[in-house]
Design a protein around this ligand. Structure first.
Ligand SMILES: Cc1cc2nc3c(=O)[nH]c(=O)nc-3n(C[C@H](O)[C@H](O)[C@H](O)COP(=O)(O)O)c2cc1C
Length: 266
């Protein structure tokens, strides 16, 4: 029997090639096998972000004070697709699979924003988006809206939660951004996030009026209710957050939907 010449060039290449093939099959197999788990983790993460924005889940916990899990708490929400122009529900679109961020990239499913309209630097806005509604019996208890907008280094993605009156902010949290830790990254600081619940959204004219300010107005001033402390050393991120909140609660964002719900609840 001919002996295997392990030092020959062709055999060295053959062994290296076989090894590469075996390794790539193993790695791809693992990637495919783990995909459902990755998707489940991603979905769980989004649910946690929504619950945290709504103040229903503590920051570093996966259960609430009564021990209810993320899935149990999230089951209290109804997820709907909303037409952003009319504020009406789009029952022809499946809320479970609809992705507003992907829709914004498709010219058939989104509109281009003019420079004047585009205060959150989105370039395009999806025609429809998702809303997460929690009811207490027939009454609305909380509404959570997906929001996004440009900071200094990139787009911040998050959720804005509103109280039952659809006028008071219940919470704001970002799940992805590229701001600098310690500067713009302070959007994740629990102390800063605590400043959001109770902030008023709309002025007497019904326009979004949230302001992020370096110096707060006196408590007695009408403007005080709309104000949140700016992030120090992060003027660009601060402006980005102010703009994105006001964009998504305005006429081009969820404004028509919020008005419709308010009128229904009145
Ligand atoms: C390395 C580096 C990272 C920065 N990251 C941010 C940031 O994430 N967000 C931001 O608004 N400003 C950031 N800045 C600061 C801005 O460039 C700018 O100086 C700042 O917004 C001024 O804010 P102030 O007027 O509140 O001091 C960064 C600056 C440097 C040098």
């Amino acid at each position: 029997m001919a002996s295997f010449d392990k030092d020959s060039l062709s055999n060295t290449f053959t062994v290296a090639l076989l090894l590469c093939l075996v390794c790539s099959v193993i790695v791809s197999g693992i990637a495919v096998a783990l995909k459902p788990q990755q998707q489940a983790n991603k979905a769980l993460d989004q649910k946690q972000n929504i619950l945290r924005a709504a103040g229903m889940l503590p920051q570093n916990s996966s259960t609430d004070a009564e021990g209810r899990t993320v899935d149990e708490l999230f089951a209290e929400f109804t997820v709907r697709v909303v037409d952003l122009d009319t504020g009406e529900y789009r029952d022809d679109l499946d809320a479970a699979s609809f992705d507003p961020i992907r829709a914004a990239k498709d010219s058939a499913l989104s509109v281009a924003l003019s420079a004047e309209q585009d205060i959150a630097t989105l370039r395009r806005r999806e025609n429809a988006s998702l809303v997460y509604i929690k009811r207490d019996g027939d009454e609305i208890d909380k509404v959570v809206l997906p929001v996004r907008g440009y900071g200094l280094w990139g787009t911040l993605f998050g959720y804005l939660a509103l109280d039952a009156d659809l006028q008071t902010i219940s919470g704001l949290g970002f799940y992805a951004h590229r701001e600098t830790p310690g500067l713009g990254g302070e959007v994740d600081n629990p102390r800063w996030k605590q400043a959001w619940p109770g902030v008023q959204l709309f002025n007497d004219a019904g326009e979004p009026a949230v302001r992020l300010v370096k110096r707060r107005s006196p408590q007695s001033a009408a403007a005080a209710g709309f104000e949140v402390d700016a992030l120090s050393g992060a003027t660009f991120t601060t402006r980005g957050v102010e703009n994105l909140v006001n964009f998504w609660t305005g006429e081009l964002g969820f404004g028509p939907f919020i008005k419709r719900l308010k009128a229904e609840n009145a």
